[in-house]
Design a protein around this ligand. Structure first.
Ligand SMILES: [Zn+2]
Length: 563
């Protein structure tokens, strides 16, 4: 990563050393202290967690890239935070693309775009001079939107000019602070282009385009009109350079055009109707769009256009048209897509209640569950096979419970529980107490806690009591309350309730207003509600009535009302 970032920025890692530290209960995800990045404890993963891939790798890239964008050149003000955070954010995409291939980079890019689009921050400029608190700047605009803007800029000027501009910006402003205009000047110097329009639109303004794209074929006239209409409610017009690819079979012709108006029409002549016209052919636009492509277009797009998003769009379209045999066929072929993220998507979208899917997809699910080389695909396929509830898969699931991947193992245990409760309960018992993490830990804990197995009470309550004051202990409360509600042994319930109240009262004063409400109102009252209804059903049971009063006694006066 150090070598790759040194290479693409044109600036060798500018500090004498690099250390990474993890800290328990660290309030932020991670922090790029120069030469000594501090990570949240989630960065610590065991070998089995890493089988699914390193879930912290994006953050590792992000903090490291700050050593160029953030530490070597830093932001002049919080208003200009984009010169730090948008780059660190975009480095996650760059790293994924380099290390795991273009599909992985584009998948990351797409995920971050969705983050921004669903954040409801259309009205915020990227560079903002008015904000209530500096923390407000650390949002989906400074991070995810800014990263996508850099992705568009890179596509517009090309890789060579883009990375040369980064080197220019870093060298010109090294050991100083900078703002977005210095970034613009660095890009303008390298490209010889005026980029005020781009920066005014994306850095000093807000929102993004929404477009309707219509493809109107006219075989008689021998032309097709591509009509792109901007429909964003802000009424703001965007200027967008885009590529449109016209396909005849596997041959494509590219047209680079500009969207300049509320409605733009691009006309392409043909003798034989094109198989596909693909607007925004590189799939880089930060926009929301509606298109009137046909199933045939999408089948062609999946096969020939080839980008991650081209294939993703085709898969999603097909999944909604499963009554069409050719749509089912497309989805089925996507189960063997070359990229694991799309294989996983195709499995997830395959609705087994549909006739066209249920029988013909099943052998492929079984094959993927057994043999896919990516753990996340095996895990997803096992989950899907679990939905069939067929005893014949018990062997497969039992074997998969000892898979090195926690995700595979956890999903297999759940799937087994659907067809053989006894076998799954035995496995849960064997696994409980082993140092598990990830999905397997979640599934085992859920099963144990739901079961109300009292032979495990000492371990469960004692385990909670032994935990130091921490966020992890706070998070364990939900599971413990499920367990205490489920068991019948009154002395164990009392013991558990005592431990919960002890924890509640030990929370430092400054945090009590964030924890008391949950612990009293949800955790203790949750257990109380269950025991009260049991007491009501067993009116003569004095011990149960005493337990109810005991739990009530643990609640503050203000919380006792209503009971
Ligand atoms: Zn950052």
């Amino acid at each position: 990563m150090l070598t790759f970032f040194s290479k693409i920025t044109g600036v060798d890692y500018p500090w004498v050393k690099y250390s990474q530290i993890t800290g328990r209960d660290f309030v932020a995800g991670a922090m790029e202290n120069t030469t000594a990045t501090l990570h949240q404890e989630g960065a610590q993963q065991d070998a089995r967690q890493l089988v699914d891939g390193n879930s912290w790798e994006g953050t590792i890239a992000h903090e490291l890239f700050h050593h160029w964008f953030g530490d070597y050149v830093t932001t002049e003000s919080w208003s200009n935070l984009t010169v730090n955070e948008s780059f660190a954010n975009y480095s996650e995409t760059l790293w994924n693309e380099y290390k795991y291939g273009k599909d992985a980079g584009n998948e990351h890019n797409f995920g971050d775009m969705q983050n921004y689009l669903f954040s409801g921050s259309d009205k915020k400029d990227l560079v903002r001079f008015h904000y209530a608190h500096r923390e407000d700047m650390f949002d989906a605009v400074s991070y995810q939107k800014g990263g996508r803007i850099l992705h568009m800029l890179r596509n517009y000027i090309g890789d060579s000019a883009f990375f040369k501009s980064l080197a220019n910006y870093l060298t010109t402003n090294k050991f100083k602070s900078a703002e977005a205009h210095q970034l613009r000047l660095a890009f303008e110097e390298v490209t010889g282009r005026d980029l005020n329009w781009f920066f005014n639109q994306w850095y000093f303004s807000s929102g993004h385009p929404s477009v309707d794209i219509d493809y109107l074929y006219n075989d008689e006239a021998g032309n097709v009109k591509v009509i792109i209409k901007q429909t964003q409610k802000s009424g703001k017009g965007f200027r967008l350079p885009i590529a449109i690819d016209v396909y005849q079979g596997s041959t494509k012709t590219r047209y680079n055009v500009w969207i300049n108006n509320p409605v733009d029409t691009f006309t392409f002549r043909y003798t034989k109707r094109p198989d596909l016209i693909n607007a925004d052919a590189d799939k880089v636009m930060l926009w929301q769009k509606k298109e009137n492509k046909t199933l045939d277009n999408y089948i062609h797009q999946y096969k020939y256009a080839g980008n991650y998003l081209d294939r993703r769009e085709a898969i999603e379209f097909a999944a909604k048209k499963l009554t069409e045999p050719r749509a089912a066929e497309l989805l089925k072929s996507a189960l063997n897509d070359k990229y694991e993220g799309l294989r996983q998507l195709a499995i997830n979208l395959a609705d087994i209640r549909k006739e066209a899917v249920r029988f013909s997809f099943e052998p492929i699910f079984a094959e993927l569950a057994r043999n896919d080389k990516k753990a996340i695909v095996r895990a997803t396929a096992i989950q899907k096979l679990g939905d069939y509830k067929k005893a014949e898969y018990a062997g497969l699931f039992k074997t998969a419970v000892s898979d090195s991947s926690y995700t595979v193992a956890g999903n297999a245990l759940e799937a087994l529980g659907k067809i053989d409760e006894k076998a799954s309960a035995e496995l849960v018992k064997q696994l409980y107490g082993q140092p598990l993490k990830g999905n397997l830990q979640t599934v085992v804990m859920n099963e144990v806690l739901k079961s109300g197995d009292e032979t495990m009470a000492e371990e469960i309550i004692g385990g909670f009591a032994a935990m130091p004051m921490s966020q992890a202990k706070f998070e364990a409360l939900g599971g413990l309350s499920t367990y205490l509600a489920a068991i019948k042994d009154i002395s164990f319930v009392r013991l558990g309730v005592d431990e919960i109240a002890k924890f509640r009262d030990a929370v430092p004063e400054a945090y009590r207003n964030q924890t008391d409400g949950y612990i009293n109102g949800m955790v203790l009252k949750g257990i109380l509600a269950k025991k009260e209804s049991e007491a009501k059903a067993n009116a003569g049971n004095i011990a149960l009535q005493e337990l109810v009063n005991y739990i009530k006694g643990k609640l503050p006066e203000s919380e006792r009302k209503g009971f």
